[in-house]
Design a protein around this ligand. Structure first.
Ligand code: UTP
Length: 287
């Protein structure tokens, strides 16, 4: 049974510096909800019970977000802002999180390895907290279904435009059935010529515990970091790895442009914002 999700949040977020010097990029808001909350709710609704956050010393705001804030609750109660109060309280009771420090950000692979003592000998999900997947709960449910069918790991893949291929881990695949693929090879950030497809790893993984052994065997690669993709390639030598092709939209908020696009799209979905925002954008673009 898949009960645990690992959420790595220990990176420095260098693409957003200096904003990320003390503020985790995972806490950036989409309107009024931090990105990481979307990712937690997605997994919660897919039946995940235990949340393991990999954090660093500059990531305290994440811990505070999922904790109780009595002072704030008191102020909201006294000023009769009851709807806000309920919202704030709900977040503190959403999950019982477990936080583990990755002492240095030595790569996503290393971050996942840090979770081993808590995950133990169980299959588990890894969700990247800077990616929002539209209908993400259904995607995770489907991935769990595929795991239950084959007993092997499953990765979510997403078709990206050619110009974005070099920004992602790209998979070579074979179709098993509609939307279910078998991964034959993985290449991290290939050039367009090297890329075996335009199917990118989007930040949702389901691993068997065997990945830990492979992560331990993986030497630091690009940028001196232990790359999760390298460990997945090693895993492929021993164990099949399946993929689920995501049809819905994937929002990568990990770059300033990606974040702004996500923010704009979500803002345009808000009834009380859309009208004025649309008019403002038109006016600004026509200038
Ligand atoms: P990213 O590469 O998107 O995040 O990693 P980053 O390293 O913080 O950002 P840049 O590249 O410097 O701009 C994806 C996720 O993995 C986590 C990050 O916090 C992010 O949520 N991560 C990355 C770790 O937990 N530890 C690491 O060593 C690296």
């Amino acid at each position: 049974m898949v009960r645990k999700a690992v959420i790595p949040t220990a990176g420095f977020g260098t693409r957003f510096l200096p904003a990320t010097k003390s503020m985790p990029k995972e806490m950036f808001p989409i309107i009024n909800k931090p990105i990481i909350q979307f990712v937690v709710e997605e997994a919660l609704d897919a039946g995940i019970e235990n949340f393991v956050f990999i954090t660093g010393r500059h990531k305290r705001p994440i811990e505070h977000h999922f904790d109780i804030n009595r002072d704030l609750e008191e102020v909201l109660k006294n000023s009769n802002k009851l709807e806000l109060l309920e919202n704030v309280k709900k977040i503190s009771h959403l999950i019982n999180p477990i936080y583990i420090r990755q002492k240095e950000p030595k790569g996503l692979g290393d971050a996942v390895l840090v979770s081993e003592p808590v995950v133990g000998d169980e299959p588990f999900i890894v969700s990247l907290p800077d990616v929002i997947v539209e209908g993400g709960t259904e995607v995770l449910k489907k991935m769990i279904e595929i795991f239950n069918m084959f007993g092997k790991g499953v990765v979510a893949l997403y078709e990206v435009p050619e110009e974005e291929v070099s920004s992602y881990g790209i998979a070579k695949v074979k179709e098993v059935e509609e939307d279910v693929l078998l991964i034959e090879d993985l290449v991290e950030k290939p050039s367009l010529e090297e890329a075996p497809s335009n199917l990118a790893i989007v930040g949702r993984y389901l691993f068997t515990p065997k990945i830990f052994k492979k992560l331990r065997e993986t030497k630091p690669g690009k940028g001196g970091e232990v790359q999760l993709t390298d460990a997945m390639r090693k895993l492929l030598e021993e164990e099949a790895l399946y993929a689920y092709k995501v049809k819905s939209k994937v929002y990568d908020t990990g770059t300033p442009l990606g974040y702004i696009k996500t923010l704009l799209e979500f803002a345009l979905k808000e009834e009380d914002i859309r009208g004025e925002l649309e008019a403002y954008l038109r006016e600004t673009l026509l200038k």
